[in-house]
Design a protein around this ligand. Structure first.
Ligand code: SAM
Length: 464
């Protein structure tokens, strides 16, 4: 349940701003930071020594690091080690000599005494991030886009309609940026990602599951060579080899055969997802022919993802002529609904749609005092109402009778104006990222061989 070396981690900097990074104990990017590997962001710098071993979800403060542009600075976190570093060549791009400066460390920093100077200290960093485990949802929100991608609202629906469960074998084309690929990898393998699986079990029973993990396969195809190479590298970096195989292939032309010798086992898929410009051109390779990549013993569930209705029409006609059944088109429409309070008073003043916020600090404090005062009156009154005691008024310190207090409650309730409290309104946020497309679903029944036909006849003959 903690971020370990060589794991993929996502740094959540602010809403909709996430940065993926592979945690390293060494400077694998060879950028020359004295701290080892450092993820630099516009919200601060994060040496991996401050991220590794932190529980997922932890808040991490940004650190001062030797950025290589400030000259010789030796700053280290945690370990107490101090190292002096020669200025990197990046300091001297403009030909000027490197500047030698010291940095006043924040509370968690240590600096070599020999680096201290009389120059004014650079303020300690104030940014922070949260370190998150790489779930497919978080990966989709942070992955480097090489193409349009399938977003979570679509792929969660698609995977359940395709009946993908741990152990399923799934074909995907095209792989694109690998967004769907990662979601599919989790769906076919019940140990993915390892850390998240551990986390959920730790929280409930403190024990890991003992049942063997069921591992399905995702066979992923794309005809764009660089995209396949990038995806293959990510699969390896994310520890998904053995679950996902990325193959470079034009599936319109060459279908879904596996690379390597012809003795290779066939794919035997029971689920197919096609995110291609012309899915109907790939469908001719997805029939019940002898070298078919489909599992002959089960019904195969298929989904195609197309932005235009003309593509849907061509796909549906190809599906009909190739014997697919239960053909259905679905369009998903996702909205994130934001609920907030809105001041009715301003709306009445003609500022409809404005989310009123206090204009000045005084106004904000005034409103806060008003709400607190009302709250106090209410609870004060409730106590006296139930206990019948005479209590001191918190605001004035004077003793007031039960009768007076009940009147106080009535006054406070009469005072409750919708204008002051705001009423609840909701709006849907239009900018939810979802690649709006039409989803076509279909089912290909299991293969029916001559042998099946003979057995059926025998059975019918034997039946009463
Ligand atoms: N589903 C992907 C994701 O979630 O990241 C995005 C897929 S992208 C929209 C479409 C991909 O189809 C592109 O990467 C393109 O290279 C690939 N493609 C197009 N025609 C192809 C073909 N004939 N064979 C294989 N891949 C193809």
């Amino acid at each position: 349940s903690a971020a370990c070396p060589d794991a993929l981690a996502i740094l959540h900097l602010k809403r909709d701003l996430l940065t993926p990074t592979v945690l390293r104990t060494y400077d694998d990017e060879q950028l020359g930071y004295a701290e080892g590997k450092v993820t630099t962001t516009r919200y601060g710098n994060y040496p991996h020594s401050t991220l590794i071993a932190q529980p997922w979800g932890s808040q991490i403060r940004a650190s001062l690091v030797d950025t290589g542009t400030r000259g010789r600075v030796g700053l280290h976190l945690g370990s107490g080690k101090k190292r002096k570093r020669e200025p990197s060549s990046r300091n001297q791009r403009d030909g000027s000599p490197p500047v030698e400066r010291s940095i006043e460390p924040g509370p968690e920093h240590t600096t070599s005494p020999e680096l201290k100077s009389t120059k004014p200290p650079i303020p300690a960093p104030t940014g922070f991030c949260h370190i998150l485990p790489p779930t497919p949802e978080i990966w989709t929100a942070s992955l480097p886009h090489r193409t349009q991608v399938v977003y979570t609202p679509d792929y969660s629906y698609i995977l359940q309609r395709l009946r993908v469960t741990p152990g399923t074998t799934l074909i995907e084309a095209g792989a694109g940026s690998g967004s769907f690929t990662h979601a599919a990898a989790r769906a076919v393998f019940d140990g993915y990602p390892k850390d998240a699986a551990t986390l959920s079990h730790d929280q409930s029973t403190q024990e890991l599951p003992t049942a063997p993990l069921r591992t399905g396969r995702v066979w992923s195809f794309d005809f764009h060579e660089q995209r396949v190479q990038k995806l293959a590298a990510e699969i390896q970096e994310h520890g998904l080899e053995g679950i996902v195989t990325a193959t470079h292939r034009d599936v319109y032309q060459d279908g879904f055969a596996l690379d390597g010798p012809s003795s290779n086992p066939t794919i035997n898929a029971s689920a197919v997802f096609l995110d291609l410009p012309a899915p109907w051109m790939a469908l001719r390779h997805l029939t019940r022919h002898p070298l078919s990549p489909l599992n002959p013993l089960v019904s195969v569930h298929l989904c195609t993802f197309s932005p235009c209705i003309e593509q849907v029409q061509r796909t549906v006609s190809a599906l009909r002529s190739l014997g697919w059944l239960e053909i259905e088109m679905v369009e998903l429409s996702s909205h994130r609904i934001e609920v907030r309070r809105e001041r009715v008073g301003l709306q009445e003043e003609g500022l409809r749609g404005v989310n009123a916020s206090p204009a000045t600090l005084e106004e904000a404090l005034g409103r806060l005092r008003e709400v607190e005062g009302r709250d106090r009156s209410y609870h004060h009154g409730m106590t006296s109402q139930t206990q019948g005691e005479d209590l001191a008024d918190e605001a004035t310190g004077e003793y007031v009778s039960k009768q007076q207090r009940l009147q106080h409650i009535r006054d406070a309730q009469a005072d409750r104006k919708l204008y002051n409290e705001g009423r609840l309104v909701h709006r849907s946020e239009p900018e939810l990222k979802t690649h709006t497309s039409y989803l076509v679903f279909a089912i290909l029944p299991r293969a029916w061989t001559d042998d099946d036909e003979r057995k059926a006849h025998e059975w019918l003959g034997a039946a009463p």
